[in-house]
Design a protein around this ligand. Structure first.
Ligand SMILES: *[C@@H]1O[C@H](CO)[C@@H](O)[C@H](O)[C@H]1NC(C)=O
Ligand SMILES: *[C@@H]1O[C@H](CO)[C@@H](O)[C@H](O)[C@H]1NC(C)=O
Length: 369
């Protein structure tokens, strides 16, 4: 019997196929490369943990509690909860410290009674973040779970941040979601005064006044139909009709009422948590919040974002990233300008090495307004 020399070669080829695929998909840019593997679905135990947390947060706001709070807080100013969602380091932590006017010896902020910071971070990067300054030390980290791009895990993390902020401090009146790649364009004082404006709402003859959320809510977009069907055709029905489906920037500032609405919500979540079958159209966190608010309180938000993003020449859903050679006083001024009522407060994305030039401009440009 002659043993064919082809058999070992053939076997070797079979064994090396995954390796060849791995190498080619990493070095040759396949059109679907960032999306070629689906992120894992949310596990039942994570879901149950979250439900318990959300229930605790909602129940902490019993109406009698609210009445007491109103009395207690008559001469207190509302606080803004800054929610940092990240699985990378905070390269701009020093800039945030200047923003919060943190004393670099005592670690105490001039505005300590007006804000709180909460961080949802991948456990692997926590030690690095903790080393990055006062703002991110001291129990700012909430119990986190893994997050993946193109998955409802990002919605879950954002809801977790809101629920923790509600439980932690009853004076948190706003929830501002920010990214570690965001830089600041205005001072804390300016941001605070902007957020605390009230919106006027017409109810028939009556005019009511209340705080509003700042969140982008868009109903016309070329990709909307594909994104609506990212989980399969008509999967969103009957809870979310296509006419009700909205898109907006991931980064928002929600009022406390909207924060409570979001963590109480079950009906839309049931649909948005379904994993996508088309990863390239899968951006759940850009849809869940705008769709929910537009269905439940269409008068209660701005409809636009306070975070400036430059989508010119975007690649794989990532916006333009600024590098040090592009930075100038003029860039900061131009990034602030918006076609809406308020200036932009944040901008993204900036490469980590922009920190130095930004710090040099902090006092005279960025935080001068
Ligand atoms: C602390 O702040 C002072 C003045 O604001 C500055 O001169 C000094 O360099 C800072 N020290 C550190 C360690 O950052
Ligand atoms: C937006 O990014 C493009 C390059 O992608 C750049 O040419 C342009 O100057 C940027 N716009 C602003 C306002 O920074």
């Amino acid at each position: 019997m002659t043993k064919s020399p082809w058999i070992p070669i053939f076997l070797l080829l079979i064994i090396s196929l995954p390796l060849i695929f791995f190498i080619t998909s990493h070095f040759i840019k396949l059109p679907l490369s960032p999306y070629s593997s689906s992120p894992p679905p949310i596990s039942l135990s994570d879901e149950l943990d979250d439900l318990a947390l959300f229930n605790r947060a909602v129940n902490s706001f019993h109406p009698t509690h609210l009445a007491k709070l109103r009395i207690a807080s008559t001469n207190k100013k509302p606080k803004i909860a800054f929610l940092f969602l990240t699985n990378t380091q905070f390269h701009f932590a020093p800039l945030w410290e200047v923003f919060f006017k943190v004393d670099n010896v005592s670690g105490v902020s001039v505005y300590k009674d007006l804000f709180n910071v909460y961080v949802h971070a991948d456990p692997n990067v926590r030690p690095e973040i903790k080393a990055q300054g006062f703002v991110f030390t001291k129990d700012r980290f909430i119990p986190a779970k893994a997050t993946y791009r193109g998955s409802a895990s990002l919605i879950a993390a954002e809801r977790r941040l809101i629920a923790n902020a509600i439980l932690d401090d009853q004076e948190n009146m706003f929830f501002s979601l920010v990214s570690p790649h965001c830089v600041l364009l205005h001072s804390f004082k300016y941001f605070y005064d902007t957020i605390l404006q009230v919106g006027k709402h017409q109810f028939g003859e009556m005019m009511s006044v209340k705080f509003k959320s700042f969140i982008e809510v868009i109903d016309e977009d070329v990709n909307l139909w594909d994104r609506y069907n990212a989980r399969g055709k008509n999967v969103m029905l009957p809870e979310v009709k296509f006419e009700d489906f909205r898109v907006g920037s991931q980064f928002f500032t929600l009022t406390r009422n909207h924060g409570l609405l979001v963590i109480r919500e079950r009906r839309l979540w049931k649909k948005f948590r379904v994993p996508c079958v088309r990863q390239q159209s899968c951006y759940p966190e850009e849809h869940y919040f705008p769709t929910l608010l537009s269905m439940q309180d269409p008068e209660g938000y701005s409809g636009y974002t306070l975070t400036r993003v430059n989508w010119t020449d975007s690649v794989d859903g990532h916006p333009h990233t600024y590098h040090p050679n592009e930075l100038s006083k003029e860039l900061i001024y131009s990034l602030r300008k918006s076609e809406f009522k308020e200036d932009y407060m944040f901008a993204r994305k900036f490469s980590p090495d922009c920190l130095g030039p930004l710090m040099d401009m902090a006092d005279d440009v960025i935080f001068k307004d």
